[in-house]
Design a protein around this ligand. Structure first.
Ligand SMILES: O=C[C@H](O)[C@H](O)COP(=O)(O)O
Ligand SMILES: C=C(OP(=O)(O)O)C(=O)O
Length: 443
């Protein structure tokens, strides 16, 4: 299978792309990237696709989470460990409380480019290009920093490589061992009600592990976890340069991440993003907002997966708590009736963003939970499988979303608001969400 050239894709037209003034520098960055080794292996992408096929069949649950926008500065051992820690803790809660295998995917090691509502940002009468993620420009509000710089694409590769290296070490080198689950959250269990629930599950797991040990199950079974990377495939230059032909299958894979998705703003059926991703063999996601018609979704599926490969397509719905119960049933019903089998996943973040009076972009924890509840209700009533959760979260104790057990208020937002784009759930809110979802799953 051949893939279209970058020029072909540009000619098709792509939304949300950087504008590089220096075309020679852009082409040089692409050439540099083309020579780089793969960040992930095609066989790993195949493994994930098979796991997502199990999600589509209702045999597993997807947990996908991480930063809204990763930053180069955030590539530290502590930061990556904290994100993994919260994802692993959530996965343990979901697996144990709901007895369902959980497929673990980070929004990590590549989530550096952001689609924006506006091309510009104005502060105190000064208008500059909007921040589009570290892949494109800098966050500082100066003309120099906001220039779209293609060298940043090469920096994304190195940052992703370092992050993946850490993630692989943490998930296979002992840190993720189930017997360590108490150690992941010792600081936290003492000061939070959700921490106490976590410890209770931990004690039950200890008993189960002791039992398995007694009957001779190999303890190494619990030593590591399978963990995958994902990001929005937004910048054509980057994704195209990292698309390679796999020597085993002779098929193109985007080796920038195991799973890549097409965003709500770039899912045009005749657009360059859908065209490029229709040629790669990775499992892919498509974000679907409240204006998506069943015909749109079915046409996207047909174009992206004409051979109907199981596990290839994940539909991530992000309707908002107020709309999901009205709009999702029609979509799921028609798509299912068309014989299309996908993993249905809920992103309860992107339809629930609002601006607090102080100007901070935020989300209400109760709205996030309500959208997930609506997602489960709709799937239960249709007899389809609520296949997963896609969340923006961080392992740190930030104050970006309001509500949750600690009852963060709008006044608290300024204490530790660190995201460069959209607000994320903090560690406590993430774990709280995992307990609530586990309850929904186990019903
Ligand atoms: O994360 C998603 C988008 O990039 C984000 O919601 C866009 O935010 P904006 O409306 O502030 O541009
Ligand atoms: C931009 C994003 O979401 P959406 O495409 O759903 O708006 C995102 O998940 O970062």
């Amino acid at each position: 299978m051949s893939i279209p050239s970058l020029d072909d894709l540009r000619a098709i037209g792509a939304a949300q792309q950087p504008t590089y003034a220096d075309v020679a520098a852009r082409d040089a960055a692409v050439e540099t990237l083309r020579k780089m080794p793969p960040l992930v292996f095609a066989g790993e992408c195949d493994d994930l696709r098979e796991r997502l096929a199990a999600v589509s069949r209702g045999e597993a649950f997807l947990l996908q989470g991480g930063d809204c926008a990763e930053t180069f500065e955030g590539v530290t051992a502590e930061n990556v460990r904290n994100k993994l820690r919260v994802l692993l803790s959530m996965a343990v809660v979901l697996t144990y409380a709901a007895s369902v295998p959980v497929v673990k995917v980070g929004r990590l090691a590549g989530q550096y480019a952001k689609p924006r509502s506006s091309d510009t940002e104005t502060r105190d009468g000064v208008t500059l290009p909007a921040y589009r993620g570290d892949a494109v420009n800098g966050f500082d509000f100066t003309p120099e920093s906001r220039v779209h710089d293609p060298q940043r694409l090469v920096d994304v590769y190195h940052a992703s490589s370092a992050t993946l290296n850490l993630a692989r070490a943490f998930t296979t080198g002992g840190y993720a061992d189930l017997r360590q689950m108490h150690a992941w959250n010792t600081d936290f269990v003492k000061r939070s009600p959700v921490g106490v629930s976590y410890e209770r599950i931990g004690a039950e797991i200890d008993r189960a592990l002791a039992f398995m040990d007694a009957i001779g199950v190999d303890p190494d079974e619990f030593h590591s976890v399978d963990f995958y990377s994902s990001h929005e495939a937004l910048i054509l230059e980057y994704e195209h340069a990292l698309t390679r032909i796999d020597s085993r299958t002779e098929l193109p894979y985007d080796v920038s991440g195991h799973f890549v998705w097409i965003g709500e703003r770039t899912r045009q059926l005749d657009g360059a993003h859908v065209e490029l991703l229709s040629h790669i063999a990775n499992p892919i996601g498509v974000k679907l907002g409240p204006t998506t018609t069943p015909d749109d979704a079915i046409a996207l599926y047909e174009k992206l997966n004409p051979e109907r490969v199981p596990g290839r397509i994940t539909f991530v719905t992000r309707f908002g708590a107020g709309k999901i119960r009205d709009l999702l049933p029609h979509l799921v019903e028609k798509v299912t009736a068309a014989g299309v089998e996908v993993a249905w996943v809920c992103d309860p973040m992107h339809g629930n963003t609002f601006e607090a009076e102080s100007g901070y972009k935020t989300r209400e924890f109760d709205d996030v939970v309500d959208e997930v509840r609506g997602f489960f209700e709709v799937h239960h009533s249709l007899g389809t499988w609520p296949g997963g959760l896609h969340v923006e979260l961080t392992g740190d104790d930030v104050t970006e979303c309001v509500g949750g057990g600690a009852k963060l208020s709008a006044a608290d937002l300024s204490h530790r608001y660190e995201t460069l784009c959209d607000p994320r759930l903090n560690r406590e809110q993430s774990l709280e969400l995992a307990f609530l979802v586990a309850e929904m799953l186990s019903k």
